[in-house]
Design a protein around this ligand. Structure first.
Ligand code: PHE
Length: 342
């Protein structure tokens, strides 16, 4: 090795100081081996070869090489310390006590919860849960239920017609007709399902909403059975001390007809904005099955009597939770739905 070569190598090794200053932990290990390694380290090799140089040069280059060795060792040590403290800084920013991320758990929609509860209560009274088609003919939706086609409910403004005579059911009552045509009494059914009306989407209306229909037909069913059945349901669903009020009303398919109010579950009857300070909330339409409906559906109206009811689970869900706007029940906003975790 000439002194020229030795100086060139020293200069080259001095340049590695910069690389060391920014090296990664694994890069540092490699550099240490490459420069200071006992067998193949470049500086080690240079120091070992000093004997090949003339004595005057040997002393000078030897001294420079030893100083460089010290600087490289110091630089590696400094960079190692930096890397270690960066590592422990990452450790400090991790909060080991932080709770794990919540896993989303599937949950029934609050309206589904209400539908299931209502059907369960009627099942206790011997009603069978059934479902029916959402696409109906005007015959089942109206005529068989004693609603003339020129009745306001049959008007184009309330009904979504798909083609002449074919429509989206405006209520679940067509299932009364389907069931009576198919099965002879005794009949006890509870029918949840979606219904459609040409209504605006506003705080209290939706063009699609849920209904639950009920129908009981048998020999000797009286208004007392009707009242007792509804009363049982209201007390089981709301609470034992809930007041029930039957108000005279009109539906073409029931006679007599009633609208049923319950004591406002929010203010317990003392009056609040939800019940418009009346102390009561309407929850369903109902009545004794009209003999004309029996006649049109093939049930002997001389032998059998019965009662029917129809209620709106969206409305009941709103009453139960004090929800001010029906649209909240359709938007599927998890911030809203998350409040009803069962
Ligand atoms: N079908 C009626 C409605 O949608 C409710 C009802 C059902 C009334 C059964 C009486 C008997 O308003």
């Amino acid at each position: 090795m000439s002194n020229e070569t030795a100086r060139g190598r020293l200069a080259e090794l001095e340049n590695t100081l910069e690389t060391i200053a920014t090296a990664s932990p694994s890069g540092l290990a490699e550099l240490r081996n490459e420069i200071l390694g006992r067998k193949a380290g470049k500086l080690t090799h240079l120091l070992r070869s000093l004997g090949e140089l003339p004595p005057e040069e040997r002393r000078e280059i030897g001294a420079a090489a030893n100083i460089l060795k010290g600087r490289i060792e110091a630089a590696i040590e400094k960079r190692t310390a930096e890397c270690e403290s960066a590592d422990s800084a990452v450790g400090q920013s991790e909060d080991l006590a932080m709770p794990a991320r919540t896993l989303w758990r599937g949950n029934r929609h609050p309206v589904t919860v209400v539908v299931d509860e209502i059907c369960e209560i009627f099942k206790e009274l011997g009603f069978t849960r059934v479902v029916g088609p959402e696409v109906e003919t005007d015959e089942y939706n109206f005529t068989k239920l004693n609603i003339p086609l020129d009745h306001p409910a049959a008007d184009m403004h309330d009904t979504f017609y798909l083609s002449p005579g074919v429509l989206l059911r405006t209520h679940t009552s067509p299932m009364q007709a389907h069931t009576m045509e198919k099965y002879q009494p005794p009949i006890r059914i509870v029918v949840p399902g979606q219904v459609y009306r040409r209504d605006p989407f506003d705080p209290s209306h939706s063009p699609v909403f849920e209904q639950i229909e009920g129908l009981a037909v048998d020999e000797g069913i009286t208004f007392v059975d009707f009242k007792a059945g509804i009363d049982y349901f209201v007390k089981a669903f709301f609470s034992k001390d809930t007041k029930v009020r039957f108000r005279p009303s009109f539906f073409p398919f029931t006679e007599p007809s009633a609208e049923i109010d319950v004591g406002c579950p929010l203010c317990k009857g003392s009056g609040c904005s939800t019940c418009k300070h009346t102390g009561f909330m309407e929850i369903m339409g109902a009545g004794m099955v009209h003999p004309t409906v029996f006649d049109r559906c093939g049930v002997d109206s001389e032998k059998y009597t019965g009662y029917a009811y129809g209620m709106g689970p969206h409305r009941i869900t709103m009453i139960r939770h004090g929800i001010p706007d029906i649209r909240l029940l359709y938007e599927n906003d998890m911030r809203f739905l998350g409040q009803f975790v069962e």
